[in-house]
Design a protein around this ligand. Structure first.
Ligand SMILES: CC(C)(COP(=O)(O)OP(=O)(O)OC[C@H]1O[C@@H](n2cnc3c(N)ncnc32)[C@H](O)[C@@H]1OP(=O)(O)O)[C@@H](O)C(=O)NCCC(=O)NCCS
Length: 177
């Protein structure tokens, strides 16, 4: 795995909000696989002020370097395969300047470890566009297993797109307990 120095996950603070908004609302910064149109100007900032980004059914954390500088974010939300079977679906976005040097892989390892350590779920899922080779490779390097294709599942940039489903189970990470 590439050496990314000391990246870590931490709560998003007020000073991160400009970059976080740019990551989601600026089509160039979001990049070809992660821009879904202009949606909710100011919404992220409002949510942060009103309720924060950490709740029992989901959350978002900043990916930071050793100095605490914001590099991007990870997020998760609850999905169910059965009424008593919650699992997490996770997502990630890095600032464009921080891509391609292993940060995404390290952050997804750390997020899975964090969620297995602090919540009782058995399964953490991630799905990504069939064309998003960087995220597929990053998930594989982070220990996720490729499970299959969700055909025509996601509408983005004028097309219904196939998604690749990945997951990691608690038993795949014996050190997570
Ligand atoms: C997807 C993303 C999180 C990956 O994180 P990253 O730090 O850039 O990726 P890494 O540096 O950990 O690279 C992972 C692997 O993908 C490979 N990769 C990177 N870009 C690639 C590309 N365009 N095509 C093929 N492989 C690519 C890398 O070579 C690396 O593999 P290797 O270690 O075997 O060489 C990051 O690029 C990103 O935030 N992209 C924009 C938002 C996004 O697409 N989010 C995911 C939505 S589901």
């Amino acid at each position: 795995m590439p050496d990314t120095g000391q990246i870590r996950l931490r709560p998003i603070d007020e000073g991160d909000l400009d970059l976080l908004e740019r990551l989601h609302e600026d089509p160039v910064e979001a990049g070809e696989h992660d821009f879904y149109g202009f949606r909710h100007p100011g919404r992220l900032r409002r949510l942060w002020f009103e309720e924060g980004f950490l709740s029992p059914t989901g959350g978002r954390l900043a990916i930071a370097d050793a100095a605490g500088r914001f590099l991007g974010e990870v997020q998760w939300h609850e999905v169910f395969q059965g009424p008593a079977s919650p699992c997490w679906n996770i997502g990630i976005a890095l600032l464009s300047s921080e891509r391609g040097r292993g940060v995404g892989t390290q952050a997804q390892v750390q997020l899975a470890d964090y969620l297995f350590a602090h919540t009782r779920v058995n399964r953490i899922e991630a799905s990504t566009d069939r064309d998003n080779l960087a995220e597929q490779r990053s998930l594989e390097r982070a220990g996720f297993t490729r499970e299959g294709i969700l055909r025509g599942a996601c509408f983005r940039a004028g097309e219904w797109r196939d998604m690749v489903m990945y997951a990691v189970l608690r038993s795949d990470r014996p050190t997570s307990g």
